[in-house]
Design a protein around this ligand. Structure first.
Ligand SMILES: Nc1ncnc2c1ncn2[C@@H]1O[C@H](COP(=O)(O)OP(=O)(O)OP(=O)(O)O)[C@@H](O)[C@H]1O
Length: 252
């Protein structure tokens, strides 16, 4: 279970988040929505330890996540994808996925330097994990291509494979369908639903595409001006007058 409580984050005179709280039960998918500037990215950055809030707590499986340094978050079974893809363009697809796998590597530097047998066993395990993910996400044919050669839609799958290589229980998706065509969104939504099931994932998704959020998430949290204005099942949040007003106000 992920519990976010009383998160407040200020940038100079701007209060980006103002006492935001919600909980994500293990195995559920929660969508974070809200008009531009509502505070979604700032909240996501607090969850992924890219920033530290001024006030509040974030706990995952009882651990105080705010005391965990950003590079150690993967060790707690938490992975993320990036809005603008967090891939290494000059590396191959397979190497990018292996980068994810190594975030979760369980061997220390000394053991790795000495190439102890357990290091070799761990390397072999990570290679076969990467191979399985490449197959599962239909990337086997492009495994040895540099990322820079591939279309955006394929890179989205590489990004997902890299995150899954961390062997997460909790996966945080930052605008996963941003930049995809209408048809690609539906295919990617099916893929996310399938991997969620296969890997028994808990999901937190920041996304502007309402159809995607409503079709994937069990619960939706809507932010506006740094505050939670709705939290409930997708159909309920979609009909909530405060949510409609926030979006219409943003469009006006
Ligand atoms: N590093 C920063 N310095 C100053 N202000 C910031 C910073 N990051 C965010 N803000 C401000 O905090 C508020 C929330 O921004 P945030 O990017 O979290 O919103 P958002 O809901 O993700 O918006 P969008 O949907 O446009 O990505 C905005 O007023 C924004 O200008």
């Amino acid at each position: 279970m992920l519990t976010v409580d009383g998160i407040t984050m200020r940038f100079g005179g701007i209060t980006a988040l103002d006492g935001v709280g919600f909980a994500v039960e293990q195995g559920t998918a929660v969508g974070l929505i809200g008009p531009n500037g509502a505070g979604k990215t700032t909240l996501f950055n607090c969850l992924t330890r890219r920033c530290t809030p001024d006030e509040g707590t974030v706990r995952y499986e009882g651990e105080d996540l705010l005391s965990v340094p950003p590079h150690a978050v993967a060790g707690y079974g938490i992975a993320r994808t990036f809005q603008n893809l967090g891939l290494f363009q000059h590396l191959t697809v397979r190497e990018n996925v292996m980068v994810g796998a190594h975030h979760r590597g369980r061997t220390g530097y000394l053991a790795a330097a000495l190439r102890l047998p357990r290091v070799r066993r761990e390397e072999a395990r990570l290679h076969s994990l990467a191979q399985e993910l490449l197959r599962r996400l239909d990337l086997a044919d492009v495994a040895d291509h540099p990322a820079s050669d591939l279309p955006f839609g394929t890179l989205k799958r590489v990004e997902l494979a890299r995150a899954l290589a961390v062997e997460p229980r909790l996966l945080l998706l930052d605008e996963p369908v941003n930049g995809l065509s209408h048809g690609e969104v539906e295919v990617f939504a099916d893929l996310i639903r399938a991997v969620r099931e296969d890997f028994d994932l808990t999901l937190v998704v920041v996304e502007h595409h309402m159809g995607f959020v409503m079709g994937l998430c069990d619960r939706v949290v809507c932010l506006d001006f740094g505050r939670t204005i709705a939290d409930g099942p997708p159909e309920q949040v979609q009909r909530d007058p405060a949510v409609i007003e926030a979006y219409l106000g943003a469009a006006a």
